[in-house]
Design a protein around this ligand. Sequence first.
Ligand code: 5RP
Length: 236
Amino acid sequence: MTQDQLKQLVGEAARDEVLKLPAGQILGVGTGSTVNYFIDAIAPHKSHFAGTVSSSNASTERLLKHGFTVLDPNDVVQLPVYVDGADEIDPQGNMIKGGGGALTREKIIASMANQFLCICDSSKQVPVLGHFPLPIEVMPMACAIVTREMEKLGGKVALRLQKSVRADLNQTPSQAFVTDNGGWILEVTGLSITDPAALEAQINQIAGVLTVGIFAKEKADVLLVSNATGIKRIVL
Ligand code: 5RP
């Protein structure tokens, strides 16, 4: 099975899971290629949900195209479940997220939900977080200071660039990838993330950081993971 087929499989498994919710609930929807399969899978069942809240412009666009109602998070009080992917997930449910650059809105909506349902293929499961470059969304004016602070923590820092210029050797900050919030993304490698909650709290203290892509406070509660033999459901 290809990785895309595994993503589709777990997207469909998540559809079956959320359809067990009573009708008329609001659904929290994440971002990424796995979530895209999930959105497409629930589209025929949209009348089961009173609406959705979305973690990115890309997911909002896809939800609207399918005819879902997309609500302003400020108007939502009760969110039973938030469904999203991950770049890495450890055995405790701590995650690195933000590969798609949507980490800030993802963390906000995750914090609103009673349950974080993480969906991924088994390549995302790791014993310890940190091989995937840790995304940190920063205010553009704080790019240099946050870079220096992360270097003090032992990280090697690179500014995420727009996809089209990544191969270009003459990269400049004017070619920075810009998030839905107008932020920039720093990608940090070389960190040993043995205590995700502590590192998340520490990076949150750096002025200019909007969101760090460690999801320990907002970790996964339930993991649906696909591999060649099928789907596993793990309560974390
Ligand atoms: C986006 C994310 C995604 O959930 C993460 O990057 C996984 O994406 P994909 O399902 O495409 O592998 O955090 O900001």
